[in-house]
Ligand binder design. Structure first.
Ligand code: ADP
Ligand code: MG
Length: 328
């Protein structure tokens, strides 16, 4: 299973940001109200995600670190015949195969309760040890890729790795305004985001994550046609390269980078895009979950709409109307 885990890790975990994303998703799944992310040295030394969610019961702790399905891959040679690995239910197992991982959790209301399991590359320590923890879970991932030098070689500078991790954090924080978030890097607070779902609270969060300039120049958009609903902030196209990737599009709360969506947005912006300006936006599309498949690929953020044409036209016309009033 070690080999299989490391192979799966190659798919899920290409850098610290990917680890953070998986841990944060788990914290969200656990119905947490508060999620704290602590990072050292760009995430290469430490990534810690602490939540106040439902927690993991003592008996389930070892299970959380084991793969749910046994891989059929026995040797590296077999890899060639495999086009894609299903790796849902394998994030923690994969991460623990390439790091030193400690999972501490308390599923009870008693703050004196709590248990910890540890895993380090080769395997899990069988022992589940008592470790008091407030209700919720902490996952600590240390020394990522300590046992896979080839992978470690691909890590960039601390600054670059942290930038990727912060971007992953931003996307998650923009997807759940009802959760309180903290991000710390090398003991310094980078983001501290109180919860709040009102439009004003949302704008404060966006200003804090993307800068005051973005929100000061953005137009709020809200439009519903049938069961398609679009809301969010459309910014003035910017000259600044640094803001070129301030393009956030969520479908049913999940961040998405999708060709159809990108095309509709670009078309709508076409008239106001000149001199190499870049569109900037934070947009939320809500659709009937039955007409969209969000899990085309768990790490690529693609979607497939049953009726792509209708979605495309809806996006284009909504944005075009909005942008017609937003000439720079
Ligand atoms: P998946 O999330 O796809 O099930 P993971 O490897 O990410 O697979 O997590 C394995 C399991 O561990 C989860 O299904 C969940 O039961 C448990 N788990 C992981 N992180 C948390 C958390 N922060 N709070 C509660 N349970 C968790
Ligand atoms: Mg998970």
């Amino acid at each position: 299973p070690r080999l299989a885990n490391q192979i799966a890790a190659g798919e899920v975990v290409e850098r610290p940001a990917a680890v953070a994303k998986e841990l944060i998703e788990n914290a969200i799944d656990a119905a947490s109200r508060r999620i704290e992310v602590e990072v050292e040295q760009g995430g290469t030394r430490l990534i810690k995600v602490r939540d106040d969610g439902v927690g993991i019961a003592e008996n389930d702790l070892p299970l959380a670190l084991s793969r749910h399905a046994t891989s059929k891959i026995e040797s590296l040679g077999d890899l060639e015949g495999v086009s894609s690995l299903g790796f849902r239910g394998e994030a923690l197992a994969s991460i623990s195969s390439v790091s030193r991982l400690a999972l501490t959790s308390n599923a009870l209301d008693d703050p004196r309760s709590g248990f910890r399991v540890m895993a380090e590359g080769r395997g899990m320590e069988a022992r589940v040890a008592p470790a008091p923890h407030p209700r919720g879970t902490s996952v600590e991932v240390r020394d990522l890729f300590f046992n896979t030098p080839a992978r470690r070689k691909f890590l960039r500078t601390e600054k670059t790795e942290f930038a990727h991790l912060e971007e992953a954090f931003r996307r998650q924080a923009l997807s759940r305004y009802d959760i309180a978030w903290t991000l710390r890097h090398n003991q310094k607070t980078v983001h501290q985001l109180p919860p709040g779902d009102s439009p004003a609270a949302r704008e404060r969060r966006i200003a804090s994550l993307l800068g005051k300039t973005f929100i000061e120049h953005a137009r709020y958009i809200e439009r519903q046609v049938g069961d398609l609903r679009l809301s969010g902030w459309v910014g003035l196209p910017t000259h600044s390269r640094g803001q070129a990737d301030q393009q956030y599009f969520f479908v049913n709360g999940r961040v998405v980078r999708d060709r159809l969506v990108a095309h509709a947005v670009r078309q709508a912006y076409r008239d106001v895009l000149y001199n190499g300006r870049h569109p900037v936006f934070v947009l939320y599309l809500d659709v009937d979950p039955d007409v969209v498949d969000v899990n085309v690929h768990p790490t690529k953020h693609e979607v497939r709409f049953r009726d792509g044409r209708t979605v495309h036209d809806f996006l284009f016309s909504s944005l075009h109307r909005c942008l017609a009033h937003t000439q720079p």
